[in-house]
Design a protein around this ligand. Structure first.
Ligand code: AMP
Ligand code: ZN
Length: 465
């Protein structure tokens, strides 16, 4: 199976060819663990998981590395503001280490619920300060740095290709217009590699370095850790599109200035999840988390289904109606699959194989998940296919979709356990003619996003749209 993937660096969709035949080195920028991941962040992780699944499905052995940013990410991308974890610590009175642990655990709980395959390597920035210092030393030896006001800066004028990823026109120095410019910077787009002098003196996380006690800049983390685990040249680097103009641009400058080689072959970026007011972001204070959606009665996989319904390079508008639509569709899908029984064919040919080929061609076309999902639906509705062949196709397609489609057992309910319990309690209350209690339980069921339909077979939950 061939994979054609869009590359932000070249702005074109080309056949993916790895550096080493059969193997892929892939780095994805991980979360900054000062708060819960919002469902916009999670959209990016779902896209990256789909990419990884597609690579595995295409026969590659993938080595996936993801960092956890637990130090150095300031509230502004241009070295302005305060370390996000330190800020959270000051506001909550909890230690930075506690905060990092708590939100890292919460993040992996979300990832697991979304059926995201855990990266082969998860690396904390705070465990790799040594590698960061080594890289900064290398840049210093190459004449790419200067020290001013106690901080070590990367000088972008020493790297002529600066800004190629974002196609920045270096004439328009926008950063100067929007943010407070650090007067130590020779060029407003220079950035900090190592802080010893921060506006916020009492940092809890500090390390000794050749330039004094301090802490690393955010961008150097990803360069140092990705090269440590994947080598100086690797295949794919991903993130959300907001990483293009500053974070990834600076990562490239540092890495390539240090090694003199092209660092990454494929740059891939996921588009934003939007709220009614624009990009979902933590700083706006208006964001939704996965546990919140789960509390409303949604399954995490309803959200995964919702995300897969849009191509990763298009903006996706979030709405509860949209999510309910996805939840209903996914429930319908699971019900259909349940009816197929449990015996999958051991191989397929003919029409069933044609569906698989069509599915692969959509996935291979820059991960066209909406089209791939419609092939899944068409295949399930096709009366010419046997149940065994359908089940084979479901399992095959789910390797990429990751919707746990093959985990449905005949007779298993698709609805949350808590909901089923409430329905049982309501039936009991009605039997006992305790109408007030029955009404109270119905209200709880409605809060979870369901209504109850009384049928001759007994009461069944219906998701409200
Ligand atoms: P952070 O934890 O803030 O470093 O962000 C984690 C990932 O989520 C990064 O790759 C961001 O580019 C991405 N991201 C941030 N906001 C959104 C959004 N609204 N939609 C999709 N991805 C996002
Ligand atoms: Zn990064």
């Amino acid at each position: 199976m061939k994979l054609y993937l869009y590359n932000t660096m070249t702005r074109s969709t080309d056949e993916f060819v790895p550096i080493h035949p059969g193997r892929v080195g892939m780095y994805t920028c991980g979360p900054t663990v000062y708060n819960y991941a919002h469902i916009g962040n999670l959209r990016t992780y779902i896209f990256e998981d789909t990419l990884k699944r597609a690579l595995i499905h295409a026969g590659y052995k993938v080595n996936h590395v993801m960092n956890i940013t637990d130090v150095g990410h300031l509230t502004g991308d241009g070295d302005d503001g305060e370390d996000k974890l330190e800020k959270s610590s000051r506001e909550t009175g909890r230690s930075v280490w506690d905060i990092a642990k708590f939100y890292t655990d919460a993040f992996f709980k979300d990832e697991e619920a979304l059926n995201i395959i855990r990266p082969d390597v998860v690396c904390n920035a705070t465990d790799h300060v040594k590698q960061m210092i080594e890289l900064i030393k290398r840049l210093e030896e190459g004449g790419h740095t200067y020290i001013a006001g106690g901080n070590v800066y990367f000088s972008i004028d020493t790297f002529p290709k600066y800004g190629a990823l974002a196609r920045l026109k270096l004439g328009d120095l926008m950063s100067g217009a929007r943010i407070e410019v650090d007067s130590n910077k020779r060029n407003p787009k220079d950035f900090v590699l190592w802080f010893t002098n921060s506006k916020f003196g009492n940092q809890a996380m500090m390390w000794d370095s050749p330039w004094g006690r301090g802490y690393p800049g955010w961008h150097i983390e990803c360069s140092a850790m990705s090269m440590y685990y994947l080598g100086e040249q690797f295949d794919i680097h991903c993130g959300g599109i907001d990483a293009i103009p500053v974070h990834h641009t600076n990562e490239i400058a540092q890495s390539e200035a240090a090694t003199g080689k092209t660092w990454v072959n494929w740059w891939m970026h996921g588009e934003f999840l939007l709220t009614e007011k624009g990009k979902m972001s933590k700083s706006s204070g208006e964001f939704l988390t996965l546990p919140y959606l789960q509390k409303l009665g949604f399954d995490a996989l309803d959200y995964r289904y919702f995300v897969l319904g849009a191509h990763y390079r298009t903006q996706l508008q979030f709405s509860m109606e949209g999510l309910k639509g996805a939840a209903n569709a996914r429930t319908g899908l699971m019900e259909r699959i349940k009816e197929l029984g449990t015996e999958a064919s051991s191989a397929v040919t003919g029409k069933a194989q044609a569906y698989l080929d069509e599915f692969d061609s959509h996935i291979g076309n820059d991960l066209a998940t909406p089209r791939a999902m419609s092939v899944l639906w068409n295949m399930l509705k096709d009366e010419e296919l046997s149940n065994g062949d359908k089940l084979f196709c479901v399992k095959y397609m789910d390797q990429v979709l990751g919707l746990k489609l093959d985990s449905v057992k005949s007779g298993e309910s698709e609805f949350p356990e808590e909901l089923m319990k409430l329905i049982e309690m309501r039936t009991q209350a009605k039997k006992e003619k305790n109408w007030a209690m029955a009404d109270e339980i119905r209200a709880k069921i409605e809060e979870m996003g369901y209504s109850v339909k009384d049928t001759p077979q007994g009461p069944v939950p219906v998701r409200k749209v």
